[in-house]
Design a protein around this ligand. Structure first.
Ligand code: UD1
Length: 427
């Protein structure tokens, strides 16, 4: 199994291009099921989760093609999905168990074909992560749903789903996306209250609007959707990955370096950029470029509390934990979104970190120097935090189970090498 070897190598310097957002491209790929016409998606990151979604779509009968074109200084990848050939409405366990986001075909299948059978995703390392909120939203829109033999089996009661006023019990990114995709083809108006406001939801809504949907209020907690009879083909550019971008910025801050991210979307990153400023970074924004300069200084520890957007994202928690491990002072990290998202703690401790966990709170006392060691990645963002720690540790850090990393970071070792890091993939 492949591993990543990182050797501590001083401050990071240079420019790095941010890829398209994993959490935007996955629902957008599922949204292509809503029309018979081909939809072309640009700025598609080359990620394992994108390949899994492709397999889910192909399993349903869709035709998926990819193409690449040199664009400016980089290579731009396109993916076109033609759903006119869809002949199944079943998302099987083999695929859904490897990627929870496969559940996002539920809303589109139900809206377009009136029925869907999607395997229950099951547990995952960062918590039990149920799908009850997705199911309740489908029921509000007029679907009959039963859960049996490990599958969510949903059927529209009439020819089409019916618009409704639905208020989510708690804010969920995935459930908001499923409800939005189901409602665009429903008869009448749907109001979604207590909706998630993440930039990836805005990107999905923008893509749906390009396909002919009528949506207002996306990016706020109330989304209003006027159902239309059919959608058409479109071309959509995926929004920049704010989590990938934030990961590089934290790496630069930890290494006391100076880097610029290009193709970024700074306006989606306020909470993270504020925390980096608090840690002592000078941040300069020019269009889609974010420059972080530590001026050679050690970062200061910061307190972080995860919450729904626009507050601090849970997907950046592990990276800020790594930063606090080598920062000056004590940082308190509170995880409010997932019940079990501190598995990186014991691995960071193997590198010499001083962390105490009390329930959902981690108290991190910065040490002067981490020391490299073999460690094991436990989930996607935990893998990133171990690489960041390895970049500033003394000696070599060997990160095992990097398949988690390949689910969500495009070419991370090449991108970090471009910033001067000593990092390579080994067998
Ligand atoms: C998405 C992101 C993930 C991010 C998370 C929170 C994608 C592909 N993934 O995941 O990277 O960490 O948002 O920002 O976009 N919950 C329920 N019942 C449900 C659904 C969710 O109780 O039916 C709970 C979850 O267990 C969790 C909370 O709601 O505690 C938020 O989860 P949710 O926003 O749904 O996360 P995902 O959409 O799975």
């Amino acid at each position: 199994m492949q591993k990543i070897l990182v050797t501590g190598n001083g401050p990071l310097h240079g420019e790095v291009a941010v890829s398209g957002a994993k959490n935007a491209v996955l629902p957008i790929l599922c949204a292509t099921l809503l029309t018979e016409e081909p939809v072309t998606i640009r700025n598609v990151p080359n990620l394992h989760d994108v390949q899994t979604t492709r397999k889910v779509l192909e399993g349903l009968g869709a035709k998926v093609t990819t193409d690449e074109k040199v664009f400016g200084t980089g290579l731009e990848s396109f993916m076109t999905v033609d759903s006119s050939t869809v002949n199944s409405h079943i998302a099987p366990y083999e695929l859904v168990k490897t990627m929870r986001a496969s559940v996002l075909v539920l809303g589109p299948l139900l809206a377009r074909y009136g029925e869907a059978e999607v395997s229950l995703p099951g547990g995952c390392a960062i918590g039990s992560r149920p799908v009850d909120l997705h199911i309740k939203a489908m029921q509000s829109l007029g679907a009959e749903v039963v859960v049996e033999h490990g599958f969510i089996k949903a059927k529209a009661k009439g020819a089409r789903l019916v618009g409704a006023h639905h208020s989510f019990d708690i804010v969920s990114v995935g459930a908001t996306e499923n409800a939005l995709m189901a409602a665009v083809l429903a008869e009448g108006t749907t109001i979604l209250d207590n909706a998630a406001m993440e930039p990836e939801i805005v990107d999905l809504a923008d893509c749906l609007i390009a396909m002919g949907a009528s949506i207002i209020g996306h990016g706020t907690s109330r989304i209003e959707i006027h159902g239309v009879e059919s959608l058409h083909g479109a071309t959509h550019d995926v929004v920049a990955d704010r989590i990938e971008c934030g990961t590089f910025l934290v790496a630069a801050a930890m290494s006391r370096g100076k880097i610029t991210t290009t193709h970024s979307r700074p306006e989606t990153m306020d909470a993270v950029l504020d925390k980096l400023r608090e840690a002592g970074a000078e941040i300069t924004i020019e269009g889609d470029r974010i420059t972080l300069d530590m001026k050679g200084q050690r970062p200061k520890a910061v307190d972080v509390t995860t919450a729904v957007h626009p507050a601090f994202p849970t997907d950046m928690q592990a990276q800020f934990m790594a930063l606090n491990c080598i920062a000056e002072g004590v940082g308190i990290i509170r995880e409010n979104i997932f019940e079990n998202r501190f598995m990186h703690v014991s691995e960071l401790q193997r590198l010499g970190a001083d962390i105490k966990v009390e329930g959902h709170t981690a108290i991190v006392r910065g040490v002067d120097q981490l020391s490299g060691a073999p460690v094991m990645a436990t989930d996607l963002r935990a893998s990133a935090s171990l690489i960041l720690a390895g970049l500033v540790a003394d000696g070599e850090t060997l990160v095992d189970r990097i398949y988690h990393l390949d689910r969500g970071y495009e070419n991370i070792e090449a991108k970090l090498q471009g910033l001067g890091a000593k990092i390579k993939r080994v067998d």
